[in-house]
Design a binder for this molecule. Sequence first.
Ligand SMILES: [Zn+2]
Ligand SMILES: [Zn+2]
Ligand SMILES: [Zn+2]
Length: 667
Amino acid sequence: MEEGLGQNSVPPHGPIDKSKILDIKPLRSLIPIYSMSSQAPPAGQYPSGFSPFFPFGAPQQTPTGVTTRGAATPAPLRAYKNPLGAGDSSSTMNGFNGQDTSGKKKRGSPSRHTKSSVNKPKKSQEPPADLSGLVGISPAQREDGSREVVNIVLMAYDALRRRLCQLEEAKELSSGSIKRADLKACNTLMTRGIRTNMRKRIGAVPGIEIGDIFYFRMELCIVGLHAPSMGGIDALHIRGEFEEETLAVCIVSSGEYDDDAEDSDVIIYTGQGGNFFMNKDKHTTDQKLQRGNLALDRSSRQHNEVRVIRGMRDGVNPNNKIYVYDGLYKIQDSWIEKAKGGGGVFKYKLVRIPGQSSAFAVWKSIQKWKSGSPSRTGLILADLSNGAEGIPVSLVNEVNNVKAPTFFNYFHSLRHPKSFSLMQPSHGCTCIKACVPGDLNCSCIRRNEGDFPYTGNGILVSRKPLVHECGPTCQCFPNCKNRVSQTGLKHPMEVFRTKDRGWGLRSLDPIRAGTFICEYAGEVVGRGKVSQLVKEGDEYVFDTTRIYDQFKWNYEPRLLEEIGSNDSTEDYAMPYPLIITAKNIGNVARFMNHSCSPNVFWQPVVYEENNQSYLHVAFFALRHIPPMTELTYDYGLAQSDHAEGSSAAKGRKKCLCGSSKCRGSFG
Ligand SMILES: [Zn+2]
Ligand SMILES: [Zn+2]
Ligand SMILES: [Zn+2]
């Protein structure tokens, strides 16, 4: 398992068995990643101090026989220049990544480069196996996706990325490894055929909805929304009967230089080239009407639809960007402007095609509500939790005159009359300060099969039979990163009135996949009491004994050659059934509605208090959730219903989730 992961690590010190190194070119032939690019990399792409030089072991197999510009550049670097796996033909370094669609596809021919890995020279001759079937993608779906396929690809990507982060963080103890799990995950998936919408197109991309959010440029690549992994302009090369043309099909707007702050439907986009992005004031050379600029110029005459992705600052991680798909625009105008340094800069005015649902405009509105001007329409209460949460939970009704939910007491956790003893009683871990990933002396980490369940920024890596968190009995500091579900809400929430399903819950912030949302707070009741509660019409029962639809969220171990690993089991192992009612006391979770294709899932979490283990139900984001999107989870089926067949179900409700996979009823 380690072998496949050493791609990004620093080569070991000391003697290297040179007989095992295949076809490594001298270091001096490595070309710096930006040397051919006149444009600065997008912010957040590379952590400071990151060096793209990896002489050994980086992945270099690609499914296509891409034409290489001389043999001077060893393949490992290419994986970082163009993590598309070169599947998109003539890649250029600054990302203007035009594609020839004349049908001359070279897909499938063996890579000219052989994989030179210190660890695995034998693998060098084998083309990467097509594992797309493993995650449920057919060759046709690789060309043209759908909502379902896009979700499968994005889930597979993030699951793999999280796992790579986890492994790297565990290794960090001993080696200063370089983190680019996002690139590695992308490269792995692309070479294994796990991607979609490879067929380039003008206009909307199947399965991608306006408002969808992405946390990595690589995510845009693997779902075919924007092919270049770094460049701002994606273009399509069209060979017509008489002439050929390159049209811009998608742009990523950084939001820093080219946003018109006032009008959310207009973007003034700056062309590429010159040294404009390196230093605005010293921009002395004229940008040239070539490549990306030429494509934009052609598009301004053709008036073709151009997809726009807005790069927004991530409030949780200010160094990161969140990419919001803002729908289709057309270029209305273009001109040349003189920069301060005297160089000419191309400017393009893009205007949003009317009638599309809002995306960027929603973000703008939220910013305004947060600053208090104008105040949120329909706002009933600024903080429903009355200070019980560190972050406000607003109550909003824009639909009708209902002023408040039925009375309940806000409480952030469980009233837990019952505890259970572990088979082997334990007193928590004895770590000093915080528990450290990879430290097997920590008893809490050992209980998680040696894996730290969360990444450094608190994202759940995998669904587990049971997640063991540190608790009050542990000696580590309360800010130990193995206490995620005990740290309260992360995002400002809104309890809002839905059109037809009573109150619902949503977040004002975007939520990244794997983020802890809240636990199911309430009173724990005995199993025998469930039917009585249901008879009494208690709509706020959470019952872990229900039958829940299976779904895959974890990474595919075979992609990391972790064969035989059963780490990816997603079946929960509850030490005892947990039944909670939030009718009288509870938190925001009691407002989350059911959906047959939810964006939130629950995960059992256990930690110790007073040497007793207590079980909790923690909710995590199943995928990236755009702001103002209703949060939903699968309520599951009562076991008796399941046995009798769904038609005989009593007390079940008609499902109004509206998803294409709706089962019709729930409860
Ligand atoms: Zn700890
Ligand atoms: Zn510990
Ligand atoms: Zn602990």
